[in-house]
Ligand binder design. Sequence first.
Ligand code: C2E
Ligand code: CA
Ligand code: CA
Ligand code: CA
Length: 275
Amino acid sequence: LRKNAASQFLFFEKPMTRAIQEKIATERELRRALEKGEFVLYYQPQIQLDTGTVTGMEALIRWNHPEKGLISPYAFISVAEQTGMIIPINEWVIRMACQQTKQLLKDFPNLSVSVNLSPYEFENRRFVHKLVKLLDETGLPPHHLDLEITERMTMDTERAITILKRLKSIGVTISMDDFGTGYSSLSYLTDLPIDRLKIDRSFVQNIQGKKEAILPAIIRLGHNIGVKVLAEGVETEEEVAYLKDKCCDEAQGYYFAPPLSYEDLIEFLHEHHYK
Ligand code: C2E
Ligand code: CA
Ligand code: CA
Ligand code: CA
């Protein structure tokens, strides 16, 4: 028995140590990447469905690794969150998104940029001050910045309302990201001071009647509580037609454009005469 316990201990210890070591190595890599300027923002246009104009774009981070090339956020955001590196990384994201959007306003004065928040920031009191500082520093008027939060961050509804009110008092807008995939209680949705629901792509795709059963209901729900509704991950003409028919306000997805480099975004905006 003793022997068994010992070998079990060894069995569990080794991989755990390795996982921790890997996390530490990745943390060091992320810090270095930030210092060396290896992160880049891509922007995915958000389209107003009835007019076809671009209302804004979502900033999506990539890691331009010297050897590995462009690395997806799926590969490093979770480690960044676990190690706290998400704080300086997202500060960089917000600063860059504000700077670049401020530039775009000269030609496209109605654009707004969406950034993804992490739970850490959402809960941190100092985040509001940081946000004010970043807006001030970059000169982007607050109503051109949209913050994407997830249902998970609003599970403690009372607390979320307080935080959201504080954020909204700055003048930024709030979107609920990946809507439908979280655990939020629908009855509290009306209490949350949000401006937009982003319907997760899984409800937009036509699989097993999910689209017919749920999509129109979420759109109506959003409109009933007085918020705009954006459909994510729109890939086909049929999906666009369906969303228009159901009076969805906005859409984002490969059908219109994949996430684009800043240069390609500018080209896209000019090409489509979107104002
Ligand atoms: P998300 O916020 O749900 O972002 C949408 C993801 O769907 C993006 O992946 C985008 O490239 C992808 N997508 C867009 N249109 C389509 C489509 O038509 N079809 C399909 N199949 N996919 C589409 P991406 O850029 O790899 O980002 C993945 C996730 O990483 C994001 O999911 C977000 O949760 C996180 N993330 C990205 N950038 C940041 C950031 O700056 N900060 C934080 N905290 N998280 C970020
Ligand atoms: Ca998002
Ligand atoms: Ca999303
Ligand atoms: Ca998602």
